[in-house]
Write a protein that binds this ligand. Structure first.
Ligand code: BEZ
Length: 304
């Protein structure tokens, strides 16, 4: 049994159809069917219920599917980790969600470059969900995101919880309240959320927070990124809930207002491959904690 067999079987199990699976794998259908047959012969059990349309897995097939997926993930992690260990020059590729650029990310990168000038840093903007696949296939080594998501192959550390605030146009009626906003203050407003895709994203944290308080904004406007959200707020299209670090984005046409709900928070989450204990990553984590300590920012202190 080789990894190709596992990959083919997973495609059939997920597509529930040989034609779609062969299209997904970019191979013809006969070699795909042969490969599944060989796999069943080798295992001595049926993995697919004969004659089922759409395809249904037998109990053995369900068991094999669950474990084959985990094995494939491990093999791609093993591949990227081996390549990483074998690299002569040290390098670290970091995926980040755009909002972290308004938090401590620029300072972290500057300090890391000063302290570890022998390590080549690459920065790539990507959503939290894209960071997971990029970590698994070795395109990045570390991700900084905001969405909580469990995956056995990814080590995740919530670095800190950041408070959320509300941004409104400079002449908006909510500015006159002169007090922190309640979620219910937003019920009459158009709410601009980001990023629209991929989901789940920061947008869902904002929506879940309002839903938990039974608040339904007048209209939800989904946009690609936070720059567009702030621009639309400035244009008077609505209000937007953003991480507090966005206050650093100074504009004279929007105002940032406090939200009084103490659970209006968004985590900043560090992710790396579970197997990866490389010194470059450990150093990065300690440097982040150093900055937090120096600036008196409350944080967790988990290690790899
Ligand atoms: C922060 O703002 O705390 C932060 C941002 C990016 C990476 C790590 C931490």
């Amino acid at each position: 049994m080789d990894l190709r067999h596992l990959k083919y079987f997973i495609a059939v199990a997920e597509e529930k159809n040989f034609t779609r699976a062969s299209e997904r794998l970019f191979i013809a259908q006969p070699p795909l069917s042969r490969s599944i047959q060989q796999l069943e012969e080798e295992l001595g059990v049926s993995l697919i219920e004969r004659g089922s349309r759409p395809i249904e897995l037998t109990d053995a097939g369900e068991f094999f599917y669950a474990h084959a997926q985990a094995l494939l993930n491990k093999s791609s992690e093993l591949k990227s980790m081996t390549q990483r260990v074998g690299r002569i020059s040290k390098a670290l590729s970091i995926g980040f969600v755009a909002s972290t650029l308004y938090g401590k990310l620029p300072k972290i990168i500057r300090l890391y470059r000063t302290r570890y000038s022998n390590v080549e840093l690459n920065l790539v903007e990507m959503s939290t969900m894209d960071q997971l696949s990029a970590l698994k296939d070795g395109r990045i080594d570390v991700g900084f995101g905001r969405v909580r998501h469990e995956d056995p192959n990814i080590r995740r550390i919530v670095l800190r919880e950041e408070k959320l605030i509300c941004t409104v146009p400079v002449d908006h009626r909510l500015c006159a309240l002169n007090r922190p906003l309640k979620a219910s203050d937003l019920a009459e407003e158009n709410l601009i959320i980001f990023p629209k895709n991929p989901r789940p994203s920061f947008a869902d944290q904002v929506l879940d927070g309002l839903r938990a308080r039974a608040v339904q904004p007048k209209k939800i406007i989904e946009v690609r990124d936070l720059q567009i959200a702030i621009g639309l707020v400035a244009a008077g299209e609505g209000v937007s809930i953003v991480p507090r670090s966005l206050e650093g984005l100074k504009r004279d046409d929007v105002v940032y207002l406090e939200l009084n709900e103490n659970h209006s928070i968004s985590p900043i989450i560090f992710s790396a491959r579970s197997m990866d204990r490389s010194p470059e990553i450990q150093d990065l984590l300690s440097l982040i904690y150093d900055i937090y300590d120096e600036e008196g920012i409350p944080h967790t202190k988990e290690t790899l």
